[in-house]
Each structure stands twice: as structure tokens, then as C-alpha cells.
Design a binder for this molecule. Structure first.
Ligand code: MN
Length: 327
């Protein structure tokens, strides 16, 4: 990413009249980084005086529990109500156009892609894509700075949510001095870090705790998999979710438990989506580039955290993963 990319993105925004319809989007099933970066940018555009800013994401159009208190949620419109021909389309944390569902059609408009996935296909007219960035919100902060938007508490809260979730609470490798410097700027606006952290990471229904325990309890270790580096995996079915009355979001923490297995370089969690599909989350301790593994299986992500969707029985999807891990 070059200075020219930044300048192009700034020009794409600042060339717009205040009444121009601007559509923001983020990837399907948005996480903290996707929502946080999109809403922070939307709030920033409002501060600059833009009056027709919408934000959306593909169906299922549902904001998950920990993000319900985020500032800027009033920017959200269901994808069916999103402006058909925006003067500018900006999308966040999406590595490819298909992550935008029906909203991908808006890529016919002038577009800016803001993302940090190594597997990003650079599908925008302007691409602010930096795989070294710890979170998409880092790039959004950079863009807001260049547009002259001061960081207020609402924008900071959105940016912080993306930063703290994508860095695993500042634990992952991408947590550079610059990440902590940005965090310092955000915290200095007065955001309530303790409350935010509890809401994001340490609050779940009793039934969700028991569902997680059951899924963690059936973790399998395959020491010879992944070229002898080891694979630890578990799964959760649609029926598991139904028995505990939980939505798929309840399974998000599962991979963090599985990746703690010391004897495995790779952790995998298979989450059933529909009768014949499995959303697979992959993590690596460093010996395996799971982004490459995920791309080979039709997905994408980062070197140490990636995912794909597999079809067929669990055994079949597991076998496909074992084969790529051994390749
Ligand atoms: Mn992200």
C-alpha cells in the first residue's frame, strides 16, 4: 500500500458533495472489526457533514449481542434498503466480493476496499489493503486522520472494539508499538475499557458456557497430522445449538480453547451450517500458514487465523483438511 493509495481514498471522499449518497458495507456475519471499522467510518463521515450515509451487511441482517451497544448503529439499514447507486461505496474487513453477498452489486459504483486480509483479492477501484495491519480499524483510523476527523469517544469506541477483538486483546503477533499507540489515543477519549471488555469477552449465558464445555470436551488430538506438527479439532452441530438454545455466535470462543492444545500446531473448529455445510475456523501456532490452507479449500484469512466453508459430512471435510495440511 502506497501514499498514492491513501491520497486516492482521501480524494474519493473529499470530492463528494455533502448530500451524496454514501454506502458502507462489511462482511457477512460481521465481527467486531468489521462492524467497528464500518461504524467508525460512518460516524467520521457524519462529523465531516455528509448527510446521506448508510451502512449495511449481508443477510442474516442481525447484530450479535456484544455489539448491540456500539455507537453508530443508527447508520445501519438492511441490505434490501441500501441505496442502489451510491456515489461512493466503501467496504470494510471483506477479503473478497462474495463476502458482501448481494451488496457486492454496488461495486459498480466508485469503490474503496479497506481491509487487512492477506488473501484480499483487491476487488475495489481503490484498495487500502495492508496485510500487516492488526485490524481493519487501524486502517480506518489512518483514513480518518488523513480526512481531518478528530477522534471523539463514539468513534474511538468503534475503533477500539475492532482493535481489541482482532488482536485477541493485544496478544497476537501483529500487536506492534503502533497498535498500542493507537489504543492509547482511543482510551484517552474516555472509553470505558473494562465494561467494553466484559461485554465483548467475558459475558455469555449459562447455556452457552455448557455448550462450549461439551464441544471442548470432545476435542480430538491427531499428533501426526499437519506433517507431524499436530492437529487438534472439535465440532459443533446445528443440533448442539438447538439443544442449548444458542445461536452460532455462542461458538466463537471455541477455537480459543482448542488452540490452547500444546501438542498441536493447528487447531480447527467445525461449525455446522445447514445440513451439509461446515464453517471451519483454523488457527496456527506458527508452523503452518493456515491462510494458504484455507485458500486451497475455498476460504481465506491470515497466516495464523483463517477459515473456509466445507461441504459434505464432517468426516469428508475433515479429510479434505488433513490432505491439505499434509501437502
Ligand atoms: Mn479484521
Amino acid at each position: 500500500m502506497t501514499g498514492a493509495d491513501w491520497a486516492d481514498a482521501v480524494a474519493a471522499v473529499s470530492g463528494l458533495p455533502a448530500s451524496a449518497p454514501v454506502l458502507l458495507a462489511c462482511h457477512v456475519n460481521p465481527d467486531g472489526d468489521a462492524l467497528g471499522s464500518m461504524l467508525a467510518f460512518g460516524l467520521g463521515l457524519r462529523r465531516l457533514g455528509y448527510r446521506a450515509v448508510q451502512a449495511s451487511f449481508p443477510e442474516p441482517f442481525e447484530v450479535t449481542e456484544p455489539f448491540l451497544g456500539l455507537p453508530g448503529l443508527d447508520l445501519l439499514v438492511p441490505p434490501a434498503e441500501a441505496v442502489a447507486e451510491p456515489a461512493l461505496f466503501v467496504c470494510f474487513d471483506a477479503s473478497s466480493a462474495d463476502r458482501l453477498g448481494a451488496l457486492a452489486g454496488r461495486l459498480a459504483a466508485p469503490s474503496v476496499v479497506v481491509d487487512h486480509h492477506a488473501s484480499n483479492t483487491r476487488f475495489g477501484k481503490i484498495n487500502l489493503v495492508d496485510p500487516a495491519a492488526a485490524a481493519t480499524t487501524v486502517l480506518v483510523a489512518g483514513l480518518l486522520d488523513r480526512l481531518g476527523v478528530p477522534l471523539d469517544r463514539a468513534i474511538a469506541e468503534c475503533l477500539y472494539v475492532g482493535l481489541v477483538t482482532d488482536t485477541g486483546s493485544f496478544r497476537y503477533e501483529a500487536t506492534t508499538p503502533a497498535v498500542h499507540e493507537l489504543a492509547a489515543r482511543l482510551v484517552a477519549t474516555g472509553i470505558d475499557v473494562g465494561t467494553l471488555s466484559r461485554r465483548l469477552f467475558d459475558t455469555r449465558p449459562y447455556a452457552a458456557v455448557r455448550l462450549l464445555a461439551e464441544a471442548v470436551g470432545r476435542t480430538v488430538l491427531e499428533p501426526s497430522a499437519a506433517r507431524g506438527l499436530g492437529l487438534a479439532w472439535t465440532y459443533a452441530t446445528v443440533d448442539d445449538l438447538a439443544r442449548y438454545g444458542q445461536r452460532p455466535y455462542a461458538l466463537e470462543p471455541l477455537v480459543d480453547s482448542v488452540r490452547a492444545v500444546a501438542e498441536a500446531d493447528v487447531a480447527a473448529v467445525f461449525k455446522q451450517v445447514g445440513p451439509d455445510g461446515w464453517a471451519v475456523s483454523l488457527r496456527s501456532r506458527g508452523g503452518t500458514d493456515v491462510s494458504r490452507v484455507a485458500v486451497a479449500l475455498g476460504g481465506g484469512g491470515h497466516r495464523l487465523a483463517a477459515g473456509f466453508t466445507g461441504y459434505g459430512s464432517l468426516d469428508r471435510v475433515l479429510d479434505a483438511l488433513r490432505t491439505v495440511l499434509d501437502g
